[in-house]
Design a protein around this ligand. Structure first.
Ligand SMILES: *[C@@H]1O[C@H](CO)[C@@H](O)[C@H](O)[C@H]1NC(C)=O
Ligand SMILES: *[C@@H]1O[C@H](CO)[C@@H](O)[C@H](O)[C@H]1NC(C)=O
Length: 248
């Protein structure tokens, strides 16, 4: 009985284990490869998806970059426009200021033209001026515009313009003096004054176009007498130098 069951157990065991052994090939090499393949396909699919996503992202990034570039260009254009506007404003203001300065200059010139310039001085400080010396008319009767200096005998032009000047001297009988006007040390007139028996007086007039700061005076250029050359007296003979602005 015991042996009989013993056989049965073995048979059962064999049957069970045999079945088990027989189901083993379902986990075979083929199955593994299939799974691997499946996995690879899945991975490939995922990769494909990643690629698409990445491409989308890149496209989006590209759009962002394009938008940004466009904004930068727009901003640059706006800055350029602003700078042009600013330049125009600066130019307009500069022109305005230039016109203003021009107007002020014109007003000043007109004002200056209205300022009287004239002087008159009489009596020589030295009636025996040596050759090369300036004749100094010392007694100032008029000096509008303060151009004339009674100590130096020089008229300094206060404003640009056309001027008229005159001088009168009365040489002693029989004596001569060569004299004339000088502008900045250059001879402007020259004349030989020769004294007659009546101690007559001689006058010279000249006109000059002068600019501010030029110097006008009378100089003895030559002549032969070395003694008292010029006759002058309060009652009969005035040595004179005078000048006036004709127009600015
Ligand atoms: C503004 O003016 C300056 C000087 O004249 C010039 O160099 C510059 O190019 C100008 N800018 C514009 C935006 O017009
Ligand atoms: C005077 O004339 C000079 C020379 O022509 C010129 O340079 C200067 O600007 C003038 N001055 C005025 C106040 O007009």
């Amino acid at each position: 009985m015991t042996a009989k069951y013993g056989h049965l157990i073995i048979v059962l065991y064999l049957t069970v284990s045999g079945r088990y052994v027989q189901s083993e090939p379902s986990c075979s090499k083929y199955d593994f490869e299939e799974k691997l393949l499946e996995k690879m396909v899945r991975i490939e699919f995922q990769m494909e998806q990643y690629k698409t996503q990445m491409e989308d992202s890149l496209k989006k990034l590209d759009n962002v970059k394009n938008d940004f570039d466009k904004k930068v260009i727009d901003t640059e254009e706006k800055i350029q426009e602003m700078m042009t506007d600013m330049n125009n404003t600066v130019i307009t203001n500069a022109n305005f200021i230039k016109n203003l300065i021009q107007n002020v200059d014109e007003i000043n010139a007109k004002e200056a033209a209205r300022t009287p310039v004239m002087f008159k001085a009489v009596m020589l400080a030295d009636t025996t001026p040596s050759i090369g010396k300036t004749l100094i008319f010392k007694k100032i009767l008029d000096n509008l515009g303060s151009g004339y200096n009674g100590n130096t005998g020089v008229f300094t032009v206060p404003i640009n313009g056309s001027y008229i000047f005159g001088m009168t001297i009365c040489p002693v009988n029989g004596l001569g003096i060569v004299a004339g006007f000088e502008v900045d040390g250059n001879r402007a007139t020259v004349q030989a004054y020769y004294g007659g028996p009546g101690h007559e007086c001689f006058s010279t007039t000249t006109t000059e176009s002068l600019t501010q700061g030029q110097r006008v005076s009378v100089k003895r250029f030559g002549g032969y007498s070395t003694s008292v050359t010029i006759d002058q007296s309060d009652l009969y003979r005035w040595s004179m130098l005078y000048g006036a602005l004709i127009h600015a």
